[in-house]
Write a protein of this length. Structure first.
Length: 349
């Protein structure tokens, strides 16, 4: 009888321990303003990527009540120096962590300059449905009212939440949640630096609570064909912006460099002036895949409007801005050079 009671006690104790276990969140640090330090608390000047991940974690009270936190330094750069090599390294590490069941969610601290690009790249290449959340800061860690600690706390809350399961890669900033695909930096210096110009945020984190209002209908994560396992580089894709009376210098330079793909930041509905239309024709004849995007911050670039894409041999970006269209074209070119298939990627992802 005593043995039965002892076994029952052990069972109840084990169930209780399991029920009380906090979610495991791994923080992958890459540098940026959130890890930056300045000489003065009341001045904007600072150096990005000065603080290691352990200091970022230590600066946020209450994190240990939200999740079991571990951290590691993947890179330590200002995000203006973010590279494809670091993207591939991040992708590999995230997939390893989830494959080995080392965490229930991941937070990536990242500079804001290219945070939206990293988020989209990961949303297309991470092969798991567990949450990956990017965040950062607009003020360095040494500034008055530094926004990094609050953003990091909210990002951990999001990554640890049941609501975030299956939502893929997200960007959390200033209490708003954005999809990795649609997040765009909209302000150079203000703390509310991100938005999604076409759709807005999909939810928010407030007072430690996660609420979602929308969901992404585009395909991502395991449903994408872009498995980059084993790759060490991606096809080179250039971006060329247009403006009034723009010469063909940028496109001609890209052709001379033998790039595999080209994205134009066109005017209005992705339009090209005459000299750049001629340059694009030359690029297409050289076997370069050309995507027409727009420098306009919202809206879609549509097929066969003012531009005859079938005749010109171009692809449209749908609602992706040039910097994100570049990422999808780089990944698309790892799979195919067929224009119809590449165009379908832009409509699906």
């Amino acid at each position: 009888m005593k043995k039965v009671f002892f076994l029952l006690f052990l069972l109840i104790f084990s169930v209780s321990l399991f029920a009380q276990r906090l979610p495991r969140v791994r923080i992958l640090a890459t540098g940026g303003t959130i890890a930056g330090t300045g000489a003065s608390a009341d001045r904007a000047a600072y150096t990005a990527g000065e603080l290691p991940v352990k200091d970022l974690i230590a600066a946020v009270p209450g994190l240990d009540k939200v999740a079991e936190i571990t951290g590691e330094q993947v890179a330590n750069v200002g995000s203006q120096d973010m590279t494809v090599a670091i993207w591939i390294k991040l992708n590999k590490r995230i997939n390893e962590i989830f494959k080995n069941d080392e965490a229930d969610g991941i937070v990536i601290t990242h500079g804001t300059d290219t945070q939206e690009e990293t988020a989209y790249f990961l949303s297309l290449t991470v092969r798991y449905d567990k949450p990956v959340v990017l965040t950062g800061a607009m003020r360095p860690a040494t500034a008055i009212s530094a926004d990094g600690p609050k953003n990091l706390y909210d990002a951990v809350v999001l990554a640890a939440s049941k609501e975030a399961q299956g939502k893929g890669v997200m960007l959390e900033f200033s209490e708003s949640i954005f999809t990795g695909r649609d997040a765009v930096k909209i302000n150079t210096t203000h703390v509310e630096a991100f938005n999604s110009p076409n759709d807005g945020p999909i939810g928010q984190v407030y007072d430690g609570q996660v609420v979602f209002y929308k969901q992404l209908l585009r395909k991502e994560n395991k449903s994408t064909p872009f498995d980059i396992t084993g790759m060490t580089s991606l096809p080179e894709v250039a971006v060329v912006y247009l403006y009034a009376d723009a010469p063909a210098t940028g496109i001609n330079a890209a052709i001379a460099k033998n790039v595999k793909g080209l994205v134009t930041g066109g005017l209005g509905n992705g339009n090209l002036n005459k000299v750049n239309t001629t340059a694009v024709e030359a690029a297409v004849k050289r076997g370069i895949s050309v995507v027409r995007a727009s420098r306009v911050p919202s809206g879609r670039v549509v097929l066969h409007d003012e531009t005859d894409d079938a005749k010109l041999g171009t692809i449209v970006s749908d609602d992706l801005l040039p910097q994100k269209a570049r990422i999808l074209l780089m990944l698309g070119l790892t799979q195919t050079m067929d224009k119809a298939q590449l165009q379908q990627y832009f409509f699906e992802y």
